[in-house]
Design a protein around this ligand. Structure first.
Ligand SMILES: Cc1ncc(COP(=O)(O)O)c(C=O)c1O
Length: 388
């Protein structure tokens, strides 16, 4: 048995892996083991937001690596404090809790809501994605993902997204919190409707219901502001972050207003690795770099959106939508387009069965956008007439 076969067989089959082994990456490009170059418009699923090996972040990680990799949360961790300061000084929040992933950040948020309110009811929305651990999976309103895992956590109520009747239900339920994404990423790149969010926020404020925004995918500049809620003009009580926070280095965070964060005292919640020096160094360098890029993200997003809109002329295309550099093209069968793009050296992602999800790095160049559109046109000229 070859080494490659053995490695494959000894992995649990939780992913349907594509026939591609990436060896290295620089900027917006990846290189496979055969030496083939790919334009990476997946950014490691919205994690490598500054491209691969961004020098400022790499230097910060290297410097920390040469001093101290890990330090338990029993002692002060200056880099973690620096990251907490950076995030709270640039948001409406007062305190940060660090963990290692988006699912853990959402677990922390669910626990904080329960501890602070003494209640269990939390409303989430259809097609949401909040993670895979049992708490965050219970929050994820997608029965197909929950199937086979027994009882979900009690207290979750699932209501339709972008639907005004959900607001009436929330008034009746009076949950402890409402938890939602402002652009549903995994659920199909679906931006929340601004007017619906205005009314949702008003309903929650009226009934003292906490607003918990899952910014795991939308946060850290992905939608053109440091956090997506800034564009919707409201201050959440809690947000969760992960993905782009460490430029691909694993780190998650929950940010909260101090009056709510006080419910977490010593010993109530924790994480061995959460916010360790290396992860925090990656986080600090990433946030500094991303804040400098936000204006550029807005203009690149406008350019890319205007280049994508004409694709609606193809019968296969239902809609082009998204925010910032979290964009989607809704088609009948996304997989065939994604495969054709990959064969031509361009990587994009699915979001559900019908959406081609486009996640370029935030520092993508005009030339790279042109290259992407050129290949996309070639693929749609061949396949775009087939559906609808
Ligand atoms: C909005 C959102 N929340 C939570 C998660 C879970 O994050 P992780 O995979 O880091 O646990 C994801 C991952 O795709 C996500 O998109």
């Amino acid at each position: 048995m070859s080494h490659q076969t053995k490695v494959t067989e000894s992995l649990m089959k939780t992913y349907n892996r594509l026939p591609l082994t990436v060896e290295k990456g620089f900027g917006s490009y990846l290189y496979d083991t055969e030496g083939k170059k790919y334009l990476d418009f997946t950014s490691g699923i919205a994690t490598c937001n500054l491209g691969h090996q961004p020098s400022f972040v790499k230097k910060a990680i290297e410097e920390q690596l040469n001093m101290l990799w890990h330090c338990s949360n029993l002692y002060n961790i200056p880099k973690q404090e620096e990251l907490a300061n950076l995030l709270t000084q640039n948001s409406c929040f007062d305190e940060a809790f660090f963990c290692n992933s988006g699912t853990e950040a959402n677990e922390a948020a669910i626990k904080l809501v329960r501890k602070w309110s003494g209640k269990e009811a939390i409303v989430t929305f259809s097609n949401s994605f909040h993670g895979r651990t049992l708490g965050s999976l219970s929050a994820t309103a997608q029965p197909k993902l929950q199937q086979g895992f027994g009882s979900m956590l009690e207290g979750f109520h699932y209501l339709p997204f972008n639907d005004y009747e959900s607001l009436t239900m929330i008034e009746e339920l009076k949950p402890a919190a409402v938890m939602f994404e402002l652009v549903q990423g995994e659920g199909g790149v679906r931006p929340a409707n601004k007017d619906w969010i205005d009314q949702l926020v008003a309903t929650c404020k009226k009934h003292h219901i906490l607003l918990v925004v899952d910014e795991v995918q939308t946060g850290i500049g992905r939608t053109g502001t440091l956090f997506a809620h800034e564009q919707y003009g409201f201050d959440p009580d809690i947000i969760t972050l992960a993905k782009g926070l460490g430029s691909g280095f694993p780190i998650g965070a929950m940010l909260a207003k101090s009056e709510i964060a006080t419910a977490f005292g010593p010993g109530t919640h924790g994480s061995t690795f959460g916010g360790n020096p290396l992860a925090s160094a990656a986080g600090v360098a990433t946030v500094i770099e991303v804040m400098d890029l936000l204006e550029k993200v807005k203009s690149v997003s406008e350019t890319l959106m205007s280049e994508l809109q004409p694709f609606t002329k193809y019968p296969a295309v239902h809609e082009v939508r998204g925010k910032g550099l979290l964009l989607g093209i809704e088609v009948d069968h996304a997989a065939s387009f994604i495969k054709a793009l990959r064969e031509k050296g361009v990587l994009v992602l699915p979001a559900g069965p019908n959406v081609i999800r486009i996640l370029p790095p935030l520092n993508v160049s005009c030339e790279e956008i042109n290259e992407f559109i050129f290949v996309l046109k070639q693929v749609f000229e061949l396949q775009g007439e087939d559906h609808k």
